[in-house]
Design a protein around this ligand. Structure first.
Ligand SMILES: [Mg+2]
Length: 346
């Protein structure tokens, strides 16, 4: 098979501030795998979490370019062998994600079926997506909310908390949004920005505000306190940064209520599917999330979305120059098309 990689830069309509920093643009990688005149597409986007050594786009691209000659002798149907090779070579999860995504796109195009149909899923079974508002002043949060409301029928909001100005700033942002949209469903994501005591206090306060769950309240280093936090919290605790793959789920299963799965963390759809099944077996709720992914990677995860309890696949909706077109949005829900493979075009 022939592999071709190139980069593209996407810019955010609204810069996204989280507890670890602010992102206004990213350069992602577009991977194409060709065989028998069929081309499968994948995307790798850089992300930064303490647990994994952070890699920027240049180092991800260098890793991929070094890898390409070692993959050319494979056929796109040899996913088991290819994935084993990627594991042996300790390839970054974002690059593995792009390769596995492209191989699945190729498979769907070869079979002339959309991936959701190959897996026998009901693509009408998608819950509404949540849209994200970054850490901001109450006024800026309301401005962001109004733009989201002009873009789509907002049914659910995810507020980024964990402000470096402390939990009073977090509370002010939640209060501002509640005043503007009292009936909209709310979730929050602290991106590990709270101490244990702040997290316990905020869980009780956020429960009074009607927030449905808290994502990653504690930094990864405090995973051992998740169980005590879940016992103290009146609302469910989910993890994101603490959970990369299915291998992380059993040790977290008795401490949290749900996991946020992302294709750049799992390293592809194969491992995303395994993570879904392990999480289901452990009785956990499943949410899907994203980094600064374009429509390409978000459409790939959307094909598995009939299995998700919560969907936070909104990054492409905040781009001014998304080069891809795949999953659409209608009435606050993602809508997959009936094109073969991922169903993504430029
Ligand atoms: Mg998160």
């Amino acid at each position: 098979m022939k592999l071709t990689a190139e980069t593209f830069t996407v810019h955010k309509k609204f810069a996204l501030k989280i507890s670890r920093g602010t992102t206004s643009q990213t350069t992602n990688i577009w991977l194409r795998i060709a065989q028998e005149g069929i081309e499968g597409w994948g995307e790798a986007s850089p992300f930064s979490i303490i647990k994994e050594q952070t890699k920027d786009t240049a180092s991800l691209l260098a890793e991929l370019e070094q890898l390409i000659p070692q993959l050319e002798s494979f056929h796109p149907l040899q996913r088991q062998e290819i994935n084993l090779k990627l594991q042996q070579l300790k390839i970054s999860s974002a690059i593995r994600g792009a390769i596995d995504m492209a191989l699945h796109d190729w498979l769907g195009k070869k079979a002339n079926l959309p991936l959701w149909q190959i897996w026998g899923l009901n693509c009408d079974r998608l819950v509404p997506i949540s849209v994200t508002i970054g850490i901001s002043s109450p006024e800026a949060a309301v401005t962001r909310l109004k733009d989201w409301q002009n873009t789509l029928d907002v049914k659910m909001l995810k507020l980024k908390l964990g402000s470096n100005q402390g939990i009073a700033a977090d509370q002010a942002m939640v209060t501002g949004i509640k005043q503007e949209a009292p009936k909209t469903r709310l979730t929050v994501d602290a991106n590990g920005g709270w101490s244990f005591d702040d997290a316990v206090y905020m869980s009780q306060w956020l429960d009074q505000q009607g927030v449905e769950y808290i994502e990653q309240p504690l930094p990864v280093a405090l995973d051992h306190q998740l169980s005590a936090l879940s016992q103290a919290s009146p609302i469910p605790i989910f993890v994101d940064e603490s959970c990369f793959t299915s291998a992380d789920i059993p040790r977290l299963a008795n401490s949290v209520a749900g996991v946020n799965l992302k294709i750049m963390k799992t390293g592809g759809l194969t491992e995303a599917m395994r993570s879904i099944q392990v999480a289901q077996a452990c009785g956990l709720k499943i949410m899907f999330g994203c980094y600064s992914d374009s429509s390409l990677a978000n459409t790939a995860m959307a094909h598995l979305a009939p299995w998700a309890d919560y969907l936070d696949l909104d990054s492409h909706l905040n781009l001014t120059d998304d080069p891809f077109c795949g999953v659409k949005i209608k009435g606050g829900r993602l809508v997959l098309n009936h094109q073969p493979g991922l169903g993504v075009v430029t």
